[in-house]
Design a protein around this ligand. Structure first.
Ligand code: ATP
Ligand code: MG
Ligand code: MG
Length: 550
């Protein structure tokens, strides 16, 4: 729902519509295609698309592709897939900042002609020195007073590729003494002879973010250009371009606080480092806070959207406890994921008094969601239980199977352990038990109650599976806090691979990305790429309880 959660942008937009300042809102989500989207981007997506949905407006997807060296087609594709997977549809075709390069360049010439931009020959080091500091005003570049004619000639030669990378820049002529550093003659164009994924070798110069963003918004008729707080100081510059260029509409910029979650990093640069140094397998490794990683982990779009709504939208950056996200996932899966049984550490269980030819047991797929239907559980004398669920002797706290005691097999009968089989080393390799007749759905007639309920699979029909158990990628709640290198907080045990887990046949046959609660074990998803009915691969999404909570 779009109405829960605190969101100051909501009231602002409602007021703009009420007062008639805008007839309809137009927003955009403007990622740079230089990495995969992460949980922070999901927040930005939910804000931009969510507000458009709520107020009957439109939201576009625009790639802010002004830095060709770091961008790629892979990222363009993954971003579109992620936005669609989150359940949002952008208005019209996907937009690219690069498709406006001609217009932006024309506007650069326009500023030059108006005497509001100039070509500067200072080296980057000199420019830094001329720029001043927060406490000291900058100084005018000696090239600042070039004539419009000379500037136009130089700009055209920059555009024609006559100069080397970094040799000259185009700057706006604003105010080198402004207390706002962004207004000290910001750079509009840089020379960069780099091939662009969309425009090829057409351009040897590229516009800066500042010279591109607001103008793109104006071209697209964006009314509310919503971005994160680090751009607050850029707003006067955003407005300067809008009022000094012949743009066809008047977008306004609004900022909100970035969303970050604890126990992770959310900077594309750092996420890229994790991939490049093979700490994780890929951008969509289930341990990554990327949208694609969360998808592969089994998180649901509904839960991610719910979380983004729940955390609200405020004017300050914040770190949200990742347990809150995990709680949203667990809640959604508890309500919606069908149940299945998977034995992670199999121990043979033989029922010595079991009649042959037992019909499969029919169990509900979900304890309260009847529409999820039923599942069929083959049942015979040869079963497997988890080795953790059996002890020869135990005290009362052990509510599982103990020699001479009873337990209920989940969805099936009560059994009583009567003997153990051991190998030459004295290790338990099997349990012999009696089935207590008449206990399918009933208590034992003799009044001797089972001590607990354990899960199981039937030996002949169970399918051997690979199960990946994940833990947090970092051991510290704030690996990104600075001071120490975030890589020093890596959790060495963030992945444990269990081979030979045994799965009930229906779950093994599920299609990739099917989600289940493996009873008593947690929530799991059939891996998007590696899973097949013959060789099932499941990723743990989240445990049944928060094991990190103290
Ligand atoms: P990163 O620092 O991870 O590289 P970015 O801000 O450079 O992120 P962009 O591709 O420019 O990434 O982001 C697209 C949009 O998503 C921008 O409007 C940006 O403000 C927003 N965004 C990025 N990170 C977050 C975050 N952590 N919380 C909320 N919004 C975010
Ligand atoms: Mg950015
Ligand atoms: Mg970035």
């Amino acid at each position: 729902s779009g109405t829960a959660g605190n969101n100051f942008l909501r009231s602002l937009i409602a007021e703009d519509l009420r007062s008639g300042k805008v007839p309809q809102i137009v927003t955009r989500f403007p990622p740079e295609p230089n990495g995969y989207l992460h949980i922070g981007h999901a927040k930005s997506i939910s804000v931009n698309f969510g507000l458009a949905e709520e107020f009957d407006g439109i939201c576009r997807l625009r790639f802010d592709d002004t830095n060709p060296e770091k961008e790629s087609q892979e990222f363009i594709e993954s971003i579109q897939a992620d936005v669609a997977w989150l359940g949002y549809a952008w208005e019209g075709p996907v937009r690219f900042a690069s498709s406006y390069f001609d217009t932006l360049y024309r506007w650069a010439e326009y500023l030059v002609e108006q005497g509001k931009a100039y070509v500067d020959d200072l080296s980057p080091e000199e420019a830094r020195e001329y720029r001043g500091t927060l406490t000291e005003p900058g100084r005018n570049s000696p090239y600042r007073d070039r004539s419009a004619e000379e500037n136009l000639d130089l700009l055209r030669r920059m555009r024609a590729g006559e100069f080397a990378d970094g040799e000259r820049v185009l700057r706006a002529k604003i105010d080198m003494a402004s207390p706002n550093m962004n207004l000290r003659d910001p750079i509009l164009y840089r020379i960069r002879k780099a091939r662009h994924h969309q425009t090829g070798d057409a351009w040897p110069i590229y516009p800066t973010y500042d010279f591109a963003h607001g103008q793109e918004d104006a071209i697209e008729g964006v009314t509310h250009s919503i971005c994160t707080l680090e751009f607050e100081d850029h707003r006067p510059l955003y407005d300067w371009f809008i009022s000094n260029l012949p743009v066809e509409s008047q977008p306004r910029q609004f900022e909100f606080g970035r969303l970050n979650t604890s126990y992770t990093v959310t900077s594309k640069r750092k996420l890229k480092q994790l991939v490049d140094e093979a700490i994780v397998d890929s951008w969509d490794d289930p341990r990554m806070p990327t949208v694609a990683g969360m998808r592969r982990r089994g998180y649901t779009p509904t839960a991610i959207r719910h979380f983004c709504e729940m955390v609200g939208t405020s004017r300050s950056d914040g770190v949200v406890d990742v347990a809150m996200l995990e709680h949203a996932i667990r809640d959604d899966l508890n309500q919606n994921a069908p149940r299945a049984m998977c034995v992670l550490n199999p121990l043979k269980l033989t029922l010595r008094n079991m009649p042959e030819g037992h019909a499969p047991i029919v169990a509900a797929a979900h304890p309260s969601k009847d529409e999820l239907g039923e599942r069929s559980l083959p049942f015979s004398a040869d079963l497997f239980i988890d080795a953790e669920d059996f002890r020869e002797e135990a005290n009362k706290k052990f509510k599982r199977l103990v020699l001479g005691k009873r337990v209920r097999l989940r969805n099936a009968y009560v059994i009583e352990a009567v003997d153990v089989e051991k190998n030459v080393d004295g290790e338990i390799v099997g349990v012999i038990a009696d089935l207590i007749e008449g206990t399918l759905g009933n208590d034992p007639a003799d009044g001797v109650k089972p001590k607990g309920v354990i899960h199981w699979v039937e030996a002949g029909s169970a399918v051997s599976a690979t199960v990946r158990i994940y833990d947090r990628l970092f051991t510290d709640p704030a690996p990104d806090r600075g001071g120490a290198d975030f890589m020093s907080f890596l959790n060495p045990d963030s992945l444990r691979v269990v081979e030979g887990a045994l799965l009930e046949p229906g779950a093994a046959a599920a299609s990739p990305e099917s989600r289940f609660q493996f009873e008593r074990e947690g929530y799991f998803v059939a891996d998007r790429y590696d899973h097949s009915a013959e060789a099932p691969v499941f990723n743990q999404t989240i445990g049944l309880r928060d094991v990190w909570a103290s």
